[in-house]
Design a protein around this ligand. Structure first.
Ligand SMILES: [Zn+2]
Length: 317
């Protein structure tokens, strides 16, 4: 048994040695080839990195650093590094919590003798003044990203809003906004969207397509704080769904009618999927506000230009 088993072992031992030598040569050759390939490719890519990288990359980096990442030069950085954010031309950008004025108007037409109806000419003068002062109008998404994510916005940012959604907003305010290249938000009451008093669905769609934010002001404009939670929820949900079905865009902001709300309103706003809610309390919208109780600035049609300028300049957080 032993001899029989030993002799085959000796034979295989010899051939094993032979195989081992040739295997070593093979492995050594393979390692040599791999090492050569590594040297060649590493050297080339290293040369490439010297040749190309320091150029545009480091210039862009230096540029960004020299601008503190705040002031963006639209010619070199915007398209490449700032994504999903509007190019704010050459505006000085800020991220700190100084806040944003959110103006609110209502009806825009001639001569009604009430303070919530401004003449188209007065509105045009006020918006022109805002533009001449270097303000840039923000969408509510831009305001939201500034408040929630500290996204940069122009130092002189402003939000223009109109409550109730009157049909005259389309006839009288929309042409002025287009002419001045501004955006704005309309908080719509959704009970009668037939174009007779409140906006028509067609007008809403056209303005939304242009870039006007169409947001909610409830279905029936009730004093929310006098309703049960369930009724409030219905007002908030139904108006949201109606507007979303017209614009095809998400409605995630609401202005409380009359600025009246209670804890249930805030809960209902959250529960029905709103992110921002606006009151009528005077102040800038900033991160110290509850995001569902944001301050705004009322603009009465009784204000002359100097009062308007004063209100805009002196409203604080
Ligand atoms: Zn209202």
């Amino acid at each position: 048994m032993l001899k029989r088993t030993l002799s085959p072992r000796n034979i295989s031992y010899k051939s094993f040695f032979k195989n081992k030598i040739s295997l070593s040569i093979l492995i050594f050759s393979l390692l040599f080839v791999l090492f050569s390939i590594y040297l060649i490719t590493h050297n080339t890519s290293y040369k490439n990195s010297i040749a190309s990288n320091p150029g545009p990359t480091s210039i862009d980096e230096n540029h960004a650093v020299s601008e503190n990442g705040l002031k963006k030069d639209s010619s070199s950085i915007d398209q490449n590094t700032i994504q999903n954010e509007r190019s704010f031309n050459n505006a000085n950008l800020i991220t700190d919590n100084r806040g944003v004025p959110v103006l609110y108007y209502h009806s825009v037409r001639e001569s009604a003798d009430n303070e919530v109806t401004i003449s188209p000419e007065s509105l045009r003068m006020q918006l022109k003044y805002i533009k001449d002062q270097g303000y840039i109008t923000l969408t509510l998404d831009e305001l939201k990203n500034y408040l929630l994510n500290s996204s940069p916005i122009p130092e002189k940012s402003i939000v223009i809003t109109f409550d109730d959604g009157y049909m005259d907003n389309y006839y009288n305010a929309f042409p002025i906004l287009k002419n001045l290249n501004m955006v704005a938000t309309i908080f719509c009451i959704t009970s009668d969207l037939d174009g007779s008093y409140y906006l028509s669905k067609e007008a809403i769609r056209e303005m939304s397509d242009y870039g006007i934010d169409i947001e909610s002001h409830t279905v029936n404009h009730p004093k929310l704080n006098q309703l049960t939670y369930d009724k409030q929820l219905r007002e908030l949900k139904e108006s949201k769904e109606t507007l979303e079905s017209i614009t095809g865009k998400k409605v995630d902001s609401i202005a409380y009618p009359f600025g009246d709300f209670n804890d249930d309103s805030v809960k209902a706003a959250k529960d029905s999927g709103y992110t921002l809610a606006f009151t009528t309390k005077r102040g800038l919208s900033d991160r110290d506000d509850n995001i569902l109780k944001l301050d705004r600035i009322y603009i009465s049609s009784k204000y002359d230009m100097s009062t308007f300028k004063e209100v805009l300049a002196q409203t604080k957080k």
